[in-house]
Design a binder for this molecule. Structure first.
Ligand code: NAD
Length: 322
């Protein structure tokens, strides 16, 4: 039985990835600062460790003194646009330390395969209507935020260790990911979860606040598609960074209206000042498509699976507060 470690297994994508690896027959250890918030882990073993410490990186990747077969590195100090703009130092400090220690431990322990979760935040801003950007166009680099710069550095570090030590490195650049059991309040939530929460909290014909003018264009990938992509990439011989994202691009207002449609509510959008990030996105999926991956969930399909979960969280929180 292959042994895998998922770093960041207490988080959103990490906890879904653990389930996928269990379905694929792996023995799985999860590592995180915290247990998953919204349900029990599917991992065989779960270690609470601070991965900013080198000693914990080594501890994470060995079982009875022997290195595991595969490492999936998803641990990061991370959140939506509000967090990315207000916590630049924490993101650069904490995530860089995690990535520095984990790739060093994985490579020197001789781990065969190392997955790194990067982001399309490594790319520069784009204008609506620009042709697709491919992975090599991240250089010359001009990410819009420090989160993107840290990811780019961590990608390069992992590739340097691969050249020196031979650990096979696989890098995915995720587009926005959403689904049930993701952070939905507290300041670290991303746009799909925040809008589901706002729509759930408002009545029919209510008003919801949207940061910016609502025209910023993004694509949103349902979490089941994302973990399928991670697994396919890890099993493949596809080297270098690989974009993973749903090819459906929408404005933030369109995202809000999709949530309203699923909720069966009429909503009125009030645009307010707030951190928006880049204006537009349009990325090539040719590399991940070459492995046969396709996103199975349209935005509406994914929101139909996500909104009821968030609406339920909102309702039970309101019940507790009463
Ligand atoms: P998440 O915040 O839900 O999960 C990250 C996990 O890392 C958290 O559980 C957190 O506790 C853990 N962590 C943070 N610091 C740690 C430390 N010092 N030691 C141990 N664990 C620590 O985020 P997510 O949405 O699941 O994202 C997973 C990965 O994918 C991250 O690397 C993120 O940057 C990347 N990514 C996510 C998205 C997205 O839309 N969710 C998009 C692009 C890239």
């Amino acid at each position: 039985m292959k042994k895998a470690v998922v770093c960041g297994a207490g988080g959103f994508i990490g906890s879904h990835l653990v389930k996928k690896l269990k379905q694929e027959g792996y023995w799985v250890r999860g590592v995180d600062l915290k247990h998953p918030e919204f349900g029990p882990t599917a991992a065989d073993e779960f270690l609470i460790l601070d991965l900013r410490e080198a000693v914990n990186a080594y501890k994470s990747l060995t079982v009875n003194g022997r290195a595991v077969d595969e490492t999936y590195q998803l641990a990061a100090d991370m959140g939506g646009m509000g967090f990315i703009h207000s916590a630049e130092c924490e993101i650069m400090h904490n995530s860089a330390l995690i990535n520095i220690h984990l790739i060093d431990a994985a490579a020197t322990l001789g781990i065969a395969r190392y997955f790194f979760s990067s982001s399309v935040c490594v790319y520069r801003d784009m204008q609506p209507g620009e042709p697709e950007m491919s992975e090599d166009q991240a250089i010359p680099a001009n990410p819009d935020n420090e989160y993107g710069w840290e990811k780019l550095y961590a990608e390069r570090m992992a590739l340097a260790y691969e050249r020196r030590f031979g650990t096979q490195v696989r890098i995915a650049r995720f587009q926005n990911c959403y689904g049930p059991q993701g952070t939905w309040r507290g300041g670290r939530e991303k746009a799909p979860a925040a809008l589901c929460r706002k729509v759930a909290e408002t009545g029919d014909d209510g008003v919801i606040d949207v940061w910016g003018d609502g025209s910023a264009v993004r694509s949103y990938t349902y979490v089941d598609d994302m973990v399928d992509g991670i697994f396919m990439l890890m099993q493949s011989e596809l080297h270098g960074a690989v974009n993973i994202g749903c090819p459906q691009y929408v404005s933030v207002d369109e995202l809000a209206q999709t949530v309203a449609k699923v909720a069966n509510k009429k909503i009125n959008i009030r645009h307010i000042e707030g951190p928006v990030g880049v204006q537009s996105r349009n990325f090539s999926n040719e590399r991940i498509y070459s492995l046969g991956w396709r996103s199975r969930f349209s935005l509406e399909d994914g929101i139909r699976r996500t909104y009821p979960w968030i609406a339920n969280q909102v309702e039970s929180t309101q019940r507790h507060e009463r």
